[in-house]
Design a protein. Sequence first.
Length: 714
Amino acid sequence: MRQVFLITYNRMIQKITTANKQLFSSFTAPDIEQIDRALAIVGLIPDDPHYHRPKGVDAAAILMDFNVDLKTILAAILSDPRLADLNPQPDITQQFGKKVAALVKDVNWLNKLAVYSPEVTRQPNQAEILCRMLLSMTQDVRAVLIKLAYRLRRLRNLAKESYEVRHFISMETLDIYAPIANRLGIHQLKWELEDMAFRYLEPQAYLQIAKSLANTRIQRENCINGFIDLLRKTLGEEGIKAEVYGRPKHLYSIWKKMQRKQLDIDELYDLLAVRVIVDSLTNCYAVLGMVHGLWQYIPKEFDDYIANPKENGYQSLHTVILDAQGNRIEVQIRTRDMHSFAELGVAAHWSYKEGGKHNAAIEKSIASLRKLLEVKDNDEALVEEFKKELFYDRVYVLTPAGKLIDLVRGSTPLDFAYAVHTEIGHRCRGAKINGRIAPLTYRLKSGDRVEILTAKTGGPNHNWINPNLGYLKSSRAISKVKSWFKSQNQAQNIATGKAILDKEIQRLGLKMINLDELARHFKQPSIDALLEAIGRSDINNRQLSAYFKIPELEAPFPKVKPKKPLTKSVVYVDGINNVLTSFARCCNPVQEDDIIGYISHKKGITVHRKSCKNILTLGPDKQAQLIAVKWGEKRTSYAVPVVIQAFSAQNLLTDITQILAQAKIHILNAALETHPDFSAILNLTIQIENTHQLSQVLNKINQLPNIIDVKRKI
């Protein structure tokens, strides 16, 4: 077994010492020792003659042709799926470092990922979204390169598999992995992936095209050789150094063109192609002028991808000429650096390891590819830039049927529901994430499988568009909710608006407000128009809070002044001081509440809130025991019960106590109830000084994303 790995290892070393020696000049003796240690680890895996899946050393051998760095080679070897069966597991972090271990983890995740479904993926945009999801979920772009190497090796071994496996793997390759290779600019890998998958999916078409090309090979070679000889002679006369050679047309690209143009292979006129590689950008255009001077060219076939690079960073000049026999020949002209990037894509960068030679042209190509990349001196910084650029602002989640939904980062299950269908969003009442109940404010992550729980009837909740509560992220979903409220009848909107305003006034602990003044502030012609606007959510809770001058989340809590001993009573009884008073526990009045006194035979005067239900339901025979009272000047604190509803008990007490500690408010009592749907109710008794302080802290608590509702318990 060890001999097999030594043979592969020696082949890898041979590659380093021949054509790619300059690119791998920084592979030192310690680097080679690390490769040997990695090979020794996988060499411990028992040999299984029936195992047809790719091995780590096979993927590493493929990657040696792509000029990758040492970490990528090590990660390819150590991500061998068979290592999972080893006991004990090797400590990759300890032996090879955190970066290699992280790469191995990403590759193992990609190797185990099973989200492809031909029926779903071939729906409009689904393949593109799946490609984006795979790229966005990978922390290091080199993991994708390794996965592509594993896939290529899988295709090379595919003849041993069943028809069903060959068909599935080939479809997945054409739909997902070849487009990813193209996205990363690795055309050398893309072409082989496509041709091999095409061979298994369309064997008759593959053989027909291959046979036709073989039959015309001599004729095509003579035509190409004549073109190359004349061009080389002219280049030599002009003193321009260049490589000129025929470029093979790939079978899958020929077949796609036949399908697109509805032509037989004999009717295709652009099967002849030549590539010219020069040393400088200036020489690219010099050669182009030379080619157009020697042969007639077709203007509509000319493309300048140097001035206007493709989205994946590809740069080259393309033109099509007619030779003396009327044959069309495609000519590609590019610099060596452009050619390196065209063939190897992002892999070309890692041929310059940390501290090694820096290649500005390759960096420029990568900058075109990603638009954000800055010149870096080490591969780790480049990885971070890729991590930010590769669809970092998006998340890609799945429906229960496996369809992918593309959402803005920070989206919630509600955003997902509205992205699937507006009615599903309107009737959404809950969500399951990966099979478990989750709050509607849960922040979705790429790869999550989301199931929406709906009611048969009903509509959105006004809380969904409250920006403080975190139910919705996308403006599209918010707009749909607002449109729903606008579509409701005027009377219902007015009633809803009144309920919202009353609740907000009560929640903030405010006294009576001037509705006419409020309507004028929001430029509404009447109170009804104001209430209707609130009911339609054109005016939201944040705007109301701002009008009432309730501090926002960022506003600091007021400093609590130390209590000073005063001689005056907290409560005046009809203008008389120093009367025995106590506060009713049924309503817990707080300074600035409207209060009234009740004469008790044993406790003196008990102070109630005027809105207390015990006062409002007092019998006629007890009315005579009521007495007018008012607040005095003495500062003191009061025990106030508060009830908090939350989506989840997780971190609830921690979040609440942090807010209360910041406000220097003491908790006198706390009781937490949890429910089967994971929601929670927290009953608190807190010590506050006045309604203003209470309103502030309730407002702060309500802005936590986990909170459903918070209010003073009456």
